[in-house]
Ligand binder design. Sequence first.
Ligand code: FES
Ligand code: ZN
Length: 329
Amino acid sequence: MSNPLMSKKLPAVYKMQNGKLLNKLEFIDYFENKVFKTIKKFNLFDLNDKFVVAVSGGKDSITVLYLAQKYLKRKNLHKNLIALAINEGIEDYREHTLEFLKEFCAKLDVELHIESYKEKYNKTLDSSIKILRDKKTNISPCNICGTFRRTALNTGARKLGATKVITGHNLDDEGQSILLNMMKNNYKVLPRLGPSNGVVGDEMFIPRVKPLYLCTEKEVRLYTIIKGFDVGYDECPYSKDSFRSNLADTLNILEDKHPGIKSSLINFYLTIQPTLREQYVKEEGTLVTHCTKCGEPSQRKVCNTCEMRAIIDGENSNGENSDENNANQ
Ligand code: FES
Ligand code: ZN
């Protein structure tokens, strides 16, 4: 019997769900096609769009930046793409990834903009976390970071004239978000997940799209290794004990024992998403409110970002409303 590993000149690097083995060239083809098909299938890109890619310097954002540019290059639209990084102010971590990003973007010839929490919110993430820990609130670092990040990305992208924000969220991230919001009973967040965010439109909110939506974290990692992207694989120092990372570990264990469950979870979500969105519109309507403090789109009178800033700055002491809305990635 012929050994599939020997029958190819290049060794196999990846085994597909159906058992087929791929060498590195075949894997690159498979992976890139999957991303490009995702863009088409979910209509993520409009040819008139101006794109901002949210980049952190990690494997997902680097991959999505590279492939979005490759996709747009074929249509000669690659100049409509800019990268935007957020410097949260995490000592001994973010400065390294930003250095890498600057080099990577320069090589790709993509313009890179950087927004910082310090400039936008007057405080770094490190100092905000310290304040909240001293106050003994139950707000987690990821909760603050995610909330601030979404606002900074939206306002930053708007400033740059973007009509779409491309993010590097992969299938694993999405699976975690689905479960996380179910377990926290954030039923209003669930309809807003998916390959393109949002249920109702607002001109101040720049829609976010996820071309890596159907790619597992493993696949993205392998792609960056094969492509030789010199990505640091270090994680954010605050991520270790987060609820999300516990869920990630659990899903990985389950996937090892029952291959395919992550994809099933995503497919299940995609099946029920239209119903969830319909229900959301029925209950909430299509009118988008704006935060009375900062004017940004918000589900409540005062947005999560303003509320959290008030707690950090000592204007408010509870944080009861600081729920897991930020689980909306
Ligand atoms: Fe960095 Fe949560 S704050 S992963
Ligand atoms: Zn606000």
